[in-house]
Design a protein around this ligand. Structure first.
Ligand SMILES: [Fe+2]
Ligand SMILES: [Fe+2]
Length: 225
């Protein structure tokens, strides 16, 4: 109970006169991310110099599901970072999180483009995952910037690992998907290292396990829906 009061106290301290405007901006962002295709990225979609070959139908369905997961992962990444940025304690942390979120926007665009190529759809559950991730990010930020950076380290590590699982599963002949996943993975590793350099540390194991559990549920549902 005392933890709840501390959280409310910290929340109230963060509420200034611009807070309602910021909440409205966040709601606007939520609607855009979950309902329309992303705007053009700052970095174009990674391409391979290798010649493209047709993907067999037997592999296509699996790749469609995996790219749907990666797309939702990028929706969640942006929600987490914007939620954290909303309650960041100093401007440097705020800027760090906004920059990372904008790189996740590029990833989202690349995933959306590949999903369109593969003639499939994004997850119908994205509004739920965006909202949950935003709340999670905002809650983490209420406990301070060090916790926020630590949270980023764990999120990025888990994304790096699941991208590796997808890289291992997707046939090498799908060079377009491989080019995108390889660049995303390199970026996620850098995001994690940047957060460590900024003062983040490893989170306690039970929290890591809880985050892994949530991620497993997300992947199971989004692959199918
Ligand atoms: Fe990403
Ligand atoms: Fe990232």
């Amino acid at each position: 109970m005392s933890l709840l009061f501390v959280s409310i106290f910290v929340l109230m301290r963060n509420i200034g006169s611009t807070f309602p405007t910021r909440i409205l901006n966040e709601f606007d962002r939520f609607l855009k991310i979950v309902s329309v295709e992303p705007e053009l990225p700052t970095i174009p979609t990674p391409k391979s110099s290798q010649k493209e070959v047709d993907i067999p139908e037997s592999d296509k369905k699996n790749i469609q599901g995996l790219m749907r997961i990666n797309h939702t992962g990028e929706v969640c990444a942006q929600a987490l970072y914007y939620g954290q940025a909303l309650f960041a304690k100093d401007e440097t942390t705020h800027g760090h999180l906004i920059k990372a979120a904008s790189e996740e926007h590029d990833h989202l665009y690349w995933c959306q483009e590949r999903i369109n190529d593969l003639s499939t759809h994004t997850s119908i559950l994205n509004p739920f995952w965006y909202s949950s991730s935003f709340m999670l990010g905002a809650t983490a930020a209420l406990f301070g910037d060090k916790i926020s950076y630590s949270f980023v380290i764990e999120v990025e590590k888990q994304v790096e690992d699941h991208l590796q699982e997808h890289i291992d599963q997707i046939p090498q002949t799908d060079i377009k998907t491989h080019a995108i996943l390889a660049k995303m993975q390199a970026d996620e590793i850098r995001h994690g290292q940047d957060a460590r350099d900024a003062g983040g540390v490893d989170l306690p194991t039970p929290i890591k396990m809880m985050m892994k559990g949530m991620s497993k549920i997300m992947k199971y549902l989004v692959y199918r829906l």
